[in-house]
Design a protein around this ligand. Structure first.
Ligand code: GLA
Length: 370
């Protein structure tokens, strides 16, 4: 009887005993979504990063080495050395891979020769699609069964008035290159999950264009499975409400969502493009946090990351993966783009130490009330 009483008392006390923090992001996310990170192409040569990477992440995206400019910089010559090493590293370490990306629908991100015939004239529709098919067959075919998901088309939606960003692709094929890219990728690896990836596509202007595009793809039964929201945010300007609307929109179309390149810029870059870019000389000198981020900003970043992850958690039935863009603050692209500055956009600092944002995310993920 006494034993039973003690047992009951213990049980009653359980909820008040502080639960220890989950050991890492993977454990905190549990079955809700997969945790990923975009990482240096040379990760296989960077042993100092391996413990942090393997502790928190299940799926990795190569930062550059699978982009068309890296894989086929000139006609006829495929350059797979770096991508092969990346895939081998992932396999040895039981990490899944996001292939990024098959078509980057921007002229300055497409190998120059791609649109042109031998005489230097623009290719017609058929020839360009044929070239794209050869490229996709070769790349997706090479890694068939080794790459879990592909960003098939990246950044095709226009920032300006047009629906699609004008490019050599649209000039030759209109929007057909998008449908074809998905069809070719699906044929080359029917088991890979296929993603349309973009930035600002959770904001109304681009979401409307995306809605038209995706509906037209779905009507044609194009094999598209998920929408990638890059998630390159700026502190104090995270579009929480629009994100939620976008999750609901994707769900209504039967599509899953991935957050593909998450970070929070602490020295917001938007000003770089303001007023037609006329103040860039001055802006390029802005570099306030070379000695670290003040506590107040660390806390604000933590709060905003927590709010984001609470939202992701709420929609986790339809969010497949959350990937950060880069492993720690010292490796972020936001230290260089669009001007050089010491930035702090991620969950881990330059010494690979957990920041307040890390603990806030863990807490948000673990909180059963979220
Ligand atoms: C885009 C691309 C990524 C990467 C980032 C910046 O979001 O999709 O591959 O280049 O820009 O580094």
């Amino acid at each position: 009887m006494k034993a039973l009483l003690t047992h009951c008392l213990l049980l009653a006390a359980l909820p008040t005993i502080a639960r220890s923090e989950p050991a890492n992001l993977i454990e905190a996310a549990g079955k809700q979504f997969t945790m990923g990170v975009g990482i240096d192409d040379r990760i296989h040569e960077m042993p100092d990063d391996w413990p942090l990477l393997k502790k928190h992440f299940q799926i990795i995206t190569p930062e550059n080495c699978m982009k068309p400019v890296a894989i086929q910089p000139t006609q006829g010559s495929f350059n797979f050395a770096q991508a092969d090493a990346f895939v081998a590293f992932a396999q040895q370490n039981n990490l899944e891979i996001v292939g990024h990306c098959l078509v980057w629908a921007k002229d300055d991100r497409t190998p120059h020769w791609f649109y042109l015939d031998d005489a230097g004239n623009p290719l017609g529709r058929e020839e360009l699609l044929k070239r794209m098919k050869t490229y996709i067959d070769t790349v997706v075919g090479r890694y068939k069964g080794k790459i879990a998901m592909w960003d098939v088309v990246n950044e095709a939606l226009a920032d300006g008035n047009e629906d699609l960003r004008p490019s050599g692709w649209t000039k030759a094929t209109g929007e057909e290159f998008i449908a074809k890219a998905f069809e070719y990728a699906h044929a080359a690896d029917p088991d890979a999950l296929l993603i349309y990836n973009d930035y600002n596509n959770e904001l109304p202007a681009k979401r409307e264009k995306m809605d038209r595009l995706i509906r037209s793809l779905l009507e044609k039964k194009v094999p598209i499975h998920a929408i990638g929201l890059q998630g390159h945010y700026e502190i104090d300007r995270i579009p929480f409400e629009q994100l939620e609307k976008t999750f609901e929109w994707a769900k209504s179309l039967g599509l899953q969502v991935v957050i593909s390149e998450l970070d929070i810029d602490m020295i917001p870059r938007g000003i770089w493009w303001a007023d037609g870019g006329k103040n860039r000389e001055e802006i390029a000198k802005i570099n306030p946090y070379t000695e670290g981020l003040p506590q107040e900003l660390l806390d604000r970043q933590a709060e905003q990351y927590a709010k984001l992850f609470s939202l992701f958690k709420k929609h986790s039935d339809n969010i497949l993966r959350i990937s950060f863009w880069n492993l720690h603050d010292g490796q972020s692209w936001l230290n260089d783009f669009p001007w050089k500055r010491t930035n702090h956009p991620l969950l881990f600092d330059r010494d690979r130490k957990e920041k307040p944002a890390y603990h806030a995310v863990i807490k948000a993920l673990a909180n059963p009330e979220n």
